[in-house]
Every structure is written in C-alpha cells, then in structure tokens.
Ligand binder design. Structure first.
Ligand code: NDP
Length: 335
C-alpha cells in the first residue's frame, strides 16, 4: 500500500514535490471491527483549499499533521465490510479520505457517504454532484441572487467551481463573462459552455479587455482569485453589486501580505455586498441543492468537464498544477 504524507508545514511560498513523501508499506488487516470497512482509494480530488491546511495558520479546518497521510475529498470502493458496517462490499463512498491506496475506515464516520452510482459517472461526485457543485450552487443562491439580464463576472472561470457558476448564471438569464489564464480556456467557456465573453488576464491589454467586456458594469463578481485579477473589476461595480468571496487562489502561495488598490471605496459608493463563505455553512441545504444540480446535469444544462491524471504518483503534481492552471474543469486523479 502507498500513502502520501506532508513532511513539513509550508507557511508561505509555493509547495514543491520535496514537501511531500510517498511511503510504501505492507497493508494487512489483523482484525476488522464490526463497524469498520476496508476501502480502496479510486479517484482523488486535489483542491486549492488544501493549501491552507499545509500551514499552521488558524482557519475553519485544522492543519494537516506532519507524517500523517494527506486527507481530502475522494471516492473509494469498499472491499471488505465488518458485520455491522453501514456499507457493503462493492459500495462506493465519497468524502474526506486519506491519500492512501488502501485503508480501514469507520463506516459511522460523518465525513463520508455512500454514493448512488446509477445517477451519474463516479467523477461527477467530486464535481457537479459534490463539494464543488454545492459551492457554486449555494454561493449563487445565498449571496449572488442572480437576476435575469444582470452581468456576472467570474474569475478562474474555466476551473471546477467557475465552470459551474457561469453555466448556472446562464440558466438564470445573466450575461456571463469569464476571466481565465489562456486563449484555449476562453474557447472552452465560450464555445462549449455558452459564456458570453471570455477575457485572458495574462494579456497585456487585460484591463481594457475587461472594461470592453462589461459595457453595462458588473452586478455579480464571483471571486475565486483575488489580487491583480480582481483589481480590474472593482471600478466597474454597479449599484448593489454582490460579490460571493469564494476563494483567493492567487494569494495562497504568496510570500508577502497582499497589497493593492483598496476596494472599500468601490464597495461603499456602490452599496455592494462582499461576503466570504465556505460551502459547509450551507450543509443543511445540501440535499435540496443536489436535487436541482442533478436535474440540470441530467437535462444537459450543466456540463461537467474534468482534467484526469492517472496513477498514485500524480497526486502531488496534480495538486501543485492547480496553481499553474494546467487544469480545465475539475482536477482529479484516478488510481
Ligand atoms: P480550479 O479548478 O478553478 O483550479 C484553480 C484555477 O485557478 C487554475 O486552473 C487557474 O486557472 C487559476 N489560478 C491559479 N493560480 C492563479 C493565479 N495566481 N492567478 C489567477 N488565477 C490562478 O479550482 P477550484 O474550482 O476548486 O477552486 C476555485 C476557487 O474556489 C479557489 O480559490 C478555491 O479555494 C475556492 N473554493 C472555495 C470553496 C468554498 O467553500 N469557499 C470551495 C471550493 C473552492 P487559470 O488558468 O484561469 O489561471
């Protein structure tokens, strides 16, 4: 069996392969307790928020423990089940699982659930029908409240959350503008997902391009990135704009405190609402959200692209690649 452990906390800067260790060991089961199962890890979701757990900073979720396997959203298959286990052999479970190829798991843990594999392909439970889909859904419904005809701008628009936010924006009748890091990603969001316009923040004319893309200003800015990418948006906020603050990935590896044009003035004079959130805030509404997400997915209104890498040795590189933008749609690793 193999596992990936964190060798040291990384308080700032960009993590490297050397910060992680792949350990190989003999996996043997001496005794399986009644409520326990053996799980084989199948598909793993490397997520940007995991960067925060690699520091010792206080947050909504504790730091990873040094020398212990990394834990993150993943799908595993039950290969053995204790006599009183909630799961049966062959079941797939999704939730917070260790980056370890095989492990013993308490089936009563609230951090994983059985998934209904008849609903959608397995991968979708780490994307549109998982944490990522719920993030897009709740952030839009609870904070953005999109209305027909409004302009919605999204940063990291071709990524896991961004691709879904923009498509739901279209379902709600918005004019949707996506900010991405390459021309290929513009093609993806416009030609395949139906966004109205794509803007490349790596272009030297980014600020002008964004101004041209939003002649009627911005009613909703979905913040995934922060820093200079969003600085270009603040001067264009309309009165009563809403800004779901989902993430600031451009800052997660930064070695200095963020500085930039102060945004308070823009918020104040437009009476805009900026609200940070984490998807777990809305746990009581997950079931209802998943119903609607599944309907949109089934009807083809919500497409769900993934970037899939294969093999245990791709876990860490795939996580690191999130900060380079090599993924389109949800980054995943199949084992
Ligand atoms: P993505 O699939 O969007 O992958 C990350 C993308 O971010 C990359 O593909 C890249 O796209 C872009 N990016 C990376 N570094 C930079 C940079 N320095 N400047 C600009 N763009 C950059 O990830 P997710 O959809 O999983 O996450 C998106 C955001 O949502 C993150 O900030 C994450 O932390 C947050 N999040 C928050 C949740 C919550 O509950 N609040 C839950 C889930 C995610 P490109 O090529 O376009 O640059």
């Amino acid at each position: 069996s193999k596992q990936i452990v964190l060798k040291n906390h990384i308080e700032s800067g960009t993590p490297t392969l050397e910060d992680f260790e792949e350990k190989t060991f003999e996996f043997s089961i001496e005794e399986l307790k009644n409520e326990e199962v053996v799980v084989k890890l199948e598909i793993v979701s490397p997520d940007p928020y995991m960067r925060g757990r690699m520091t010792t900073r206080k947050s909504y979720i504790p730091p990873f423990e040094i020398g212990k396997p990394i834990v993150g959203y993943a799908i595993g298959k039950v290969t053995k089940a204790g006599s009183a286990s909630k799961y049966s052999v062959g079941d797939y479970i999704m939730g917070h699982l260790p980056w370890q190829s095989e492990f013993i798991y308490n089936s009563n843990s609230p951090y994983a659930n059985k998934i209904d594999t008849t609903l959608a392909p397995l991968e979708s439970f780490l994307s549109v029908l998982g944490m990522v889909g719920l993030t897009a859904y709740h952030g839009l419904k609870e904070i953005a409240e999109p209305k027909q005809g409004e302009t919605m701008v999204i940063s990291a628009a071709a990524g896991a959350v961004g691709q879904l936010v923009g498509q739901i924006g279209k379902i709600k009748g918005c004019r949707v503008v996506g900010i991405v890091g390459s021309e290929e990603k513009i093609k993806y969001i416009v030609d395949e997902l139906g966004f109205d316009v794509g803007v490349n923040y790596n272009s030297p004319t980014y600020k002008d391009d964004i101004a041209k893309a939003i002649p009627n200003g911005v009613d909703i800015y979905w913040e995934n990135v922060g820093g200079v990418v969003s600085d270009a948006i603040w001067p264009h906020l309309n009165k009563f704009a809403r800004i779901p603050l989902c993430g600031v990935i451009s800052q997660y590896n930064s070695t200095e405190k963020d500085v930039g044009p102060r945004i308070e003035g823009y918020l104040l004079k437009t009476s805009s609402k900026l609200q940070g959130f984490i998807v777990a805030n809305y746990a009581s509404k997950h079931a209802e959200a998943l119903k609607e997400l599944a309907q949109w997915y089934k009807s083809g209104q919500l497409k769900d692209r993934h970037t899939i890498n294969n093999g245990f040795d791709q876990l860490v590189p795939s996580f690191l690649a999130l900060f380079k933008g090599t993924n389109t749609g949800k980054m995943m690793v199949k084992l």
